[in-house]
Design a protein around this ligand. Structure first.
Ligand code: NDP
Length: 428
């Protein structure tokens, strides 16, 4: 009854907070008869009664009071951070039967080479974490349906403990039904003799169509990560044509570039990659991306100090990270698939489970104007994740060189989006 009252009257956020509170109460053990009552938890929500809460919830105007900053939007408030942490704790202590255990994961372009590497990783829990069951949905075009059937057979033969079902589709609407996490790998490859505009035109048309299928059939809070190139622009098109999906739920993958930067710094310094933290990929998932080491650390010390070679960090390091994909094609005669699949899992895992304390990652997200990046562009930023939501890391110092490189990538993205809109208009 309490939950229904709140659903009827307030925004999703306040509803979520209240559900968490109710769940936490259920999870809390009653004191033994005669035992001294436990001190009441000082918590902004638990202090109010249910009726009082519902009254306050009705009056909620999207803002709340912060001791230092006064009235601030709820989404950016410190209380929001507390609630997210509280939710994580409450959910963690809940019995399994009360948690939604099965995560429905969609992989598009699943018969392709990234899809082939990604599907088993997802079924092994690399994206959603331990304790979750996976209902896997694989989508590809009619042309690839036979290969897709083969992928399904192989996944079944792996007998993954966590995988409760594998279904294959060539119909996008059916594939999107009830999806929690959508990994968009399907895309038209750039063939010999094709202009950049030709590939872009084909792919944005696909993403426009898939946007409406996701908006109408997927879960309302579906988390989307676009991998297929041009990843940032495809994601922007998807967000544009799926306005009912929260903008924060549409992202594109730059985690592979981020991981490449960490690996290069680790190798150069002779340290394990796990000791390297907080590199940043700014901008487009293209050759204008800017791998930034100015805030990176190695074993807790500034990366520039540990490596002691600014010429390398500002020159070869940037070029190697930017051109790593091409180097892999040259060596393997095929584009990177294993590392791309592994990075998709890292992206989704951190988004769902949160980044580690004091660490950030890179994600292509819709710009809110932070760091002077034009609002609305899907641009790679440093982000932290808590409670299933990402936040752009704020307040990092940006030197003149970084500013120039960040602006170059933003300019490319703006032009790319204009071209995409032109292609869509021409094909309409
Ligand atoms: P891959 O699985 O190798 O790549 C899929 C997409 O991911 C491409 O757009 C690729 O871009 C992109 N990508 C992003 N990051 C990376 C990276 N680090 N390394 C490599 N690729 C990256 O391509 P395949 O051709 O093997 O598979 C594509 C699948 O998509 C096929 O099964 C095909 O049938 C399907 N498809 C689906 C369509 C649809 O849904 N309507 C339309 C066309 C194809 P890039 O090309 O720049 O490497």
């Amino acid at each position: 009854r309490i939950v229904r009252t709140v659903v009827d009257n307030v925004t999703d956020d306040v509803y979520a907070v209240h559900v968490v509170q109710v769940r936490a109460r259920l999870a809390r053990r009653r004191p033994a008869p005669g035992a001294r009552p436990r001190p009441r938890r000082r918590h902004p929500v638990s202090r109010s009664t249910s009726r009082g809460f519902a009254r306050r919830a009705r009056a909620f105007d999207g803002r709340c009071r912060d001791r230092r900053r006064g009235s601030v939007p709820w989404r950016t408030s410190r209380s929001r951070g507390h609630f997210d942490a509280f939710e994580a704790r409450a959910t963690a202590t809940m019995p399994a039967s009360t948690v939604d255990d099965v995560v429905t994961v969609l992989i598009t372009g699943a018969a392709g080479q990234i899809g082939y590497a990604l599907a088993p990783m997802v079924c092994a829990g690399a994206a959603t974490g331990p304790g979750k069951k996976i209902a896997l949905k694989l989508l590809d075009v009619e042309f690839a349906s036979e290969a897709l059937r083969g992928v399904k057979m192989e996944i079944m033969d792996c007998a993954f403990d966590a995988c409760v079902s594998v279904d294959v589709f060539t119909d996008c609407e059916k594939a999107c039904e009830g999806v929690d996490v959508a990994i968009m790998v399907g895309g038209f490859p750039r063939k010999q003799g094709m202009e950049r505009k030709d590939v872009l035109g084909k792919n944005v048309a696909i993403y426009k169509q898939q946007a409406s299928a996701l908006a109408s059939k997927a879960k309302k809070d579906v988390k989307i990560v676009v991998v297929a190139n041009p990843a940032n622009t495809n994601a922007k098109i998807l967000a544009k044509f799926a306005p009912s999906i929260p903008r924060g739920n549409v992202t594109c993958m730059t985690r592979l570039d981020h991981n490449r930067a960490l690996a290069q710094l680790g190798e150069r310094s002779g340290k394990a990659t796990i000791e390297v933290k907080n590199a940043i990929i700014w901008g487009n998932h293209s050759s204008t991306q800017y791998p930034d080491v100015n805030h990176a650390t190695i074993e807790g010390k500034p990366a520039r100090e540990v490596i002691g070679n600014d010429a390398y960090l500002d020159g070869d390091f940037v070029d190697v990270v930017r051109a790593r994909g091409a180097a892999i094609i040259e060596a393997r005669k095929l584009s990177s698939a294993l590392s791309a699949a592994s990075s998709v899992c890292d992206h989704v895992y951190d988004w769902i489970h949160g980044t580690k304390e004091g660490e950030w990652t890179s994600m292509g997200v819709i710009s809110d104007g932070s760091y002077g990046v034009p609002e609305g562009l899907v641009y790679s930023f440093p982000v932290t994740c808590t409670g299933g939501k990402w936040q752009i890391v704020q307040g990092l110092s940006i030197d003149e060189r970084s500013r120039k490189l960040m602006d170059e990538s933003a300019k490319e993205l703006t032009e790319e989006f204009e071209l995409a809109e032109q292609c869509l208009a021409e094909s309409a």
